[in-house]
Design a protein around this ligand. Structure first.
Ligand code: C2E
Ligand code: MG
Ligand code: MG
Ligand code: MG
Length: 292
């Protein structure tokens, strides 16, 4: 009977594996088609400076609308695109789209807005990455200082010595650099001291439980203190509630991003929250969250 059960369990698992493999195959097939079929687009999420209450930048977030399955989360398809080797093309497309958009905003008079773009380790740690960034900036006409690249701790740790060289190359161009999902990886503090990083983005998992979890409070406080003593800025990700905002404000956090201030949205929706800089002073439009 045990043998029987074993066999059943085995066929159960192999059926599951089969199903998984099939799902995966079809995801790969549709990803390959998606580029040609224009199924990707980019949404932008507001980033707010806590001292001024102003929307100073946006994060570009890739979206895939599958013709049958609807929206598929980047958390699901980006790892697949990475393994398939598709991420370089896809990442370049996001960068070009975001830089174009930001440049268009500048042309319309929203001259101070910046755009942050996520970069996968598979892109960053490839020869030719900097050349690609240069090409996109040149083509789109965006000033390098209006671009921020978001890298994760693991991306930075993978490349060792070359990483610092690449970061410096980006930095001398005026490009801003941020560490995304900070606190979830294994970056050592001494690395942080040597990396020319402008901003730490504290991962949402620490912000989420801030009002109930004393450990998370302590971690966020420590990150803010450490970052400031190294002259770096701190942005808190995933701020959803007023209590979180109050905590962060009281601890001197510089910037925030999260549903409380706005979900990722279309460029048109972003524009409605921007203040046009013209010769004539315009009454500043009230920004979401600024009064909270
Ligand atoms: P991320 O870069 O850490 O982006 C933040 C994620 O948190 C986004 O999820 C955003 O929609 C979500 N978020 C923002 N505020 C809140 C909030 O208040 N509450 C909650 N629950 N979530 C919030 P999204 O757009 O699903 O992206 C997931 C991840 O996929 C990103 O995490 C990033 O790692 C990756 N990703 C997205 N676009 C790109 C891209 O163009 N290239 C690469 N390489 N990765 C990307
Ligand atoms: Mg990000
Ligand atoms: Mg993040
Ligand atoms: Mg992430």
């Amino acid at each position: 009977a045990a043998k029987e059960r074993g066999r059943n369990a085995f066929s159960f698992f192999s059926e599951q594996m089969n199903r998984k493999a099939l799902e995966r195959r079809s995801l790969e097939d549709s990803l390959r088609r998606a580029m040609a079929n224009d199924e990707f687009y980019v949404d932008y999420q507001p980033q707010i400076d806590l001292r001024s209450g102003r929307l100073f930048g946006v994060e570009a977030l890739l979206r895939w609308r599958h013709p049958e399955e609807g929206l598929i989360s980047p958390a699901r398809f980006i790892p697949v695109a990475e393994e398939m080797g598709l991420i370089r093309r896809l990442g370049e497309w996001v960068l070009r789209t975001a830089c174009n958009q930001c440049h268009a905003w500048h042309e319309e008079g929203y001259s101070s807005i910046r755009v942050a773009v996520n970069v996968s380790g598979h892109q960053f740690n490839q020869p030719g990455f900097i050349e690609m960034v240069d090409e996109v900036l040149e083509e789109t006409g965006l000033d390098p200082s209006s671009l921020e690249l978001e890298l994760t701790e693991s991306t930075l740790m993978e490349g060792a010595n070359e990483t610092i060289m690449t970061l410096i190359d980006l930095k001398v161009r005026g490009i801003h650099l941020a560490i995304d999902d900070f606190g979830t990886g294994y970056s050592s503090l001494s690395y942080l001291k040597h990396f020319p990083i402008d901003r730490l983005k504290v991962d949402r998992s620490f912000i989420r439980d801030i009002s109930t979890d004393l450990d998370d409070c302590a971690i966020v406080e420590a990150i803010i203190g450490m970052a400031h003593s190294l002259g770096r800025r701190v942005l808190a990700e995933g701020v959803e509630r007023a209590e979180e905002l109050e905590f962060l404000r009281a601890r001197g956090c510089d910037e925030v991003q999260g549903y409380y201030f706005g979900r990722p949205m279309s460029p048109q929706e972003i524009e409605q929250r921007l203040v046009r800089v013209t010769a004539e002073p315009v009454a500043e439009r009230r920004q979401a969250g600024a009064s909270a």
